[in-house]
Ligand binder design. Structure first.
Ligand code: 1HE
Length: 262
């Protein structure tokens, strides 16, 4: 089952249609994000079918995403510029704060707004062809899709500043070492790895997944004293769910998998 909007498809995978594969399908333009594609992305994540427990984003062709569609970068007045940037914020918030964990499968260019999109996912899997850059600095513009909030959380303010000031490009290996991607796989294997992770995540209790994607990032930004209180509340809510009780009972009765040495 697949649905298609502007330059984007959503395909449901898995026995219970528990994994949504959201694909940018504009390879001739390196999956550059036009306004229409940004709206399609927002709509896809705001309307995931109820069966979906995890999602994967990938890009058709040789590159994940070349960022903002520069052909649409017309002269905007300040108000229109704010509105445009806020449209991106809404769309990428729909990815980060949607109903389910999201894994980005990266390859080739992950640049500008493409890196902002990748940063809104919860897990990034990169193949060996991946490279990361923020050409905004050299194009005389600035990030506008949430990058200044999300990217420093992955690699730190100093590295992001350097990338934008100097046009520095990180390759796949360095990107994994610095924190852009949590997984590095051989060329052509990012999508399979991302789908396998999504399938595994889809088996978790939905409330635990929700706590991880919605509570954890907020707790991390709270003062410690507030964070401890929020943690207590969300952990009590998660533990009280019937599904949590059943899963703990299964372990105590020897019916659930033990933690295996990594
Ligand atoms: C595009 C775009 C685009 C490609 N907007 N059309 N992003 C950038 O500054 C990155 C610009 N793109 C590139 O540096 C390269 O295209 C790539 C390294 C990504 C890929 O290189 P390559 O050799 O495979 O492709 P290409 O020949 O450069 O591009 C193929 C076509 O895609 C070509 O169009 P054609 O009609 O001549 O075939 C390109 O013009 C087109 N194309 N990238 C529009 N980005 C919310 S604020 C976010 C701010 C930003 O993201 S700024 C950073 C923008």
């Amino acid at each position: 089952m697949a649905s298609k909007k502007q330059d984007l498809t959503v395909e449901l995978r898995g026995k219970k249609k528990e994994v949504a594969l959201v694909r940018l399908t504009r390879p001739a333009k390196r999956n550059a994000l036009s306004d229409g594609l940004i709206y399609a992305l927002r709509d896809a994540f705001q309307n995931l079918p109820a069966s979906v427990r995890a999602a994967v984003i990938d890009g058709e062709g040789e590159h994940f995403c070349a960022g903002l569609d520069l052909s649409e970068l017309k002269e905007r007045d300040a108000g229109q510029g704010v509105f445009h940037s806020r449209t991106w914020h809404t769309a990428l918030d729909a990815v980060q704060y949607g109903p389910v964990p999201v894994i980005a499968a990266l390859h080739g260019a992950v640049v500008g707004g493409g890196l902002e999109l990748a940063s809104s996912a919860h897990i990034r899997v990169a193949d060996a062809t991946t490279f990361y850059a923020l050409p905004e600095g050299t194009r005389g513009i600035f990030v506008g899709g949430g990058g200044s909030v999300r990217i420093p959380k992955l690699i730190g303010v100093a590295r992001m500043t350097d990338m934008m000031l100097t046009g520095r490009v990180y390759n796949a290996e360095d990107g994994e070492r610095l924190g852009f991607a949590q997984y590095l796989v051989p060329e052509g294997q990012a999508l399979d790895k991302a789908l396998a992770l999504a399938e595994r995540i889809a088996q978790n209790a939905p409330l635990t997944n929700y706590a991880l994607t919605h509570a954890l990032p907020r707790i991390a930004e709270q003062p410690a004293d507030h964070g401890f209180m929020t943690e207590a509340l969300i952990s009590a809510i998660a533990q009280a769910a019937p599904e949590a009780k059943a899963r703990v009972r299964a372990f105590l009765e020897g019916k659930a998998a033990k933690v295996q040495k990594g």
